[in-house]
Design a binder for this molecule. Structure first.
Ligand code: S3P
Length: 455
């Protein structure tokens, strides 16, 4: 394990950066490119470990996936229904999105595949995708509790279903829709609360017929199966969930002025920006535009002093689900109480994020409590003392959130392992230090083993 320590910034953060490509869109681009006929050229793909695992898996399933010298990625797909049986186990690493979406893809192919992942992923629930995929005709043999490793035999004659999501999860919605691609007839997902719609947007971009309607039961998404998908160019915007870290860093240090270019602003992803506005933050969208079907803009962030505590409604959770750890760190330096409702899903992310955030903040001297699925953070207008040693639990967002907090605390904040950061934000430390952060290995601690994956 390689620890990292974040010391108080010497002054305001300044500069212009671009964050890496959107993780959700990157996984989907590789999968749909692999199911399309012809070539898909992807610009801005996130070259983080999670996505590289998906690239390796798509190759094992028969697609040609290559990284070009100019930084783009080319995918030559096999066509819907034509993936071939992988000879090796599909090791999805830390990636819940990669694992769950790919199970959907495989579930409607007459092939058998075995899935596994790292120590975090094998603890995460898979029943949420197995249940609908079984209804479509797939067969699973999984470890107890429906966890990885598992074997999946895809259906030879998949059945279209109408499935109402029992949890607000874009991963479950996407798994069902991706299985619906090679299923005759209409596959329908009903989501009581809208979740990120990158799968729907990209399916349409590749030529599928997909209808989306808002009705009394919620959002009804319906896909006409067995389309011919055609290879398309994909431009991946910067990941708003990654942008959240430099945004909050700038807000934590008064006088900061940071521009983050080319950030994805899909309205189903911007709950954090809404919350920041309510807290009184100076975050402005510049140069708003639409790029390959996704709204994109540059974000100008100014640190103007402590923000005000707010109540974040449960209904906003799907649009900022990955941003609660960093919001909680910001709230600890705010003025007043911030109450975040409806966070049950945080318990089944890369770690139990409710516990990880509460324990980490308490270790840094913040006043924090968890009651059921509500997280409350009290602030007195100053950053907490700091000095905490944070267990990152193979969770990139916990690692980055607490390194950002350390920028503002009086005592440095130390995380026990940097490894998970490379799943979504490989150059996090370099970018943050370029803005004025001081994140480094603690003195006297050398390199531990690094996880590495090449694609
Ligand atoms: C994702 C959906 C969310 C999110 C994850 C990415 C996606 O998970 O937390 O990081 O790309 O569909 P859930 O679907 O489990 O909420």
């Amino acid at each position: 394990m390689t620890a990292l320590r974040s010391a108080t910034a010497a002054g305001p953060l300044t500069g212009e950066i671009a964050v890496p490509g959107d993780k959700s869109i990157s996984h989907r681009a590789l999968m749909l490119g692999s199911l399309a006929v012809g070539e898909t050229v992807i610009e801005g793909l996130l070259e983080g470990e999670d996505v590289l695992r998906t690239a390796v898996a798509m190759r094992a399933l028969g697609a040609m996936v290559s990284q070009q010298p100019d930084g783009s990625w080319h995918v030559r797909g096999v066509g819907v229904g034509a993936l071939t049986e992988p000879a090796e186990v599909l090791d999805m690493g830390n990636a819940g999105t990669g694992a769950r979406l790919l199970m959907g893809v495989v579930a409607a192919h007459p092939i058998t595949a075995f899935f596994t992942g790292d120590a975090s992923l094998v603890r995460r629930p898979m029943a949420r995708v197995m249940t609908p995929l079984r209804q479509m005709g797939a067969t699973f043999l999984a470890r107890s509790g429906d966890r990885l490793p598992l074997g999946l035999r895809g259906a030879s004659d998949p059945l279209p279903i109408r499935y109402r999501l029992p949890v607000a999860s874009a991963q479950v919605k996407s798994a069902v829709l991706l299985a619906g691609l090679n299923t005759p007839g209409r596959t329908t997902v009903v989501e009581p609360e809208p979740t990120r719609d990158h799968t729907e947007l990209m399916l349409r971009h590749f030529g599928a017929t997909i209808d989306v309607e808002d009705g009394p039961e919620g959002r009804v998404v319906s896909l006409l199966g067995q389309p011919e998908l055609t290879g398309r160019p994909v431009l991946v915007p910067g990941d708003p969930s990654s942008a959240a870290f430099p945004i909050v860093a700038a807000l934590l240090v008064e006088g900061s002025n940071v521009l983050i270019r080319n950030v994805g602003l899909n309205p189903l992803r911007t709950g954090l920006l809404t919350t920041l506005q309510e807290m009184g933050a100076a975050v402005a969208v510049e140069n708003a535009r639409v790029q390959a079907g996704e709204p994109v803009g540059d974000l100008r962030v100014r640190g103007t002093g402590p923000l005000t505590g707010v109540s974040v409604p449960a209904g906003r959770a799907p649009s900022m689900i990955d941003e609660y750890p960093i919001l909680a760190c910001l709230a600890a330096a705010g003025r007043g109480r911030t109450v975040m409702h409806g966070l049950g899903e945080l318990r089944v992310k890369e770690s139990d994020r409710l516990t990880a955030v509460a324990e980490g903040l308490a270790a840094c001297g913040a006043v924090v409590s968890v009651d059921g699925d509500t997280l409350t953070v009290e602030g007195d207008g100053h950053a907490p003392e700091g000095g905490g040693h944070i267990a990152t639990r193979l969770d990139h967002r916990i690692a980055m959130a607490f390194l950002v907090l350390g920028i503002a605390t009086r005592e440095p904040v130390t995380i026990d392992d940097e490894a998970a950061i490379s799943t979504s934000f490989p150059d996090f430390v370099g970018l943050m230090n370029g803005l004025g952060a001081r994140i480094a290995r603690p003195d006297g601690e050398g390199d531990g083993p690094r996880r590495a994956i090449t694609a």
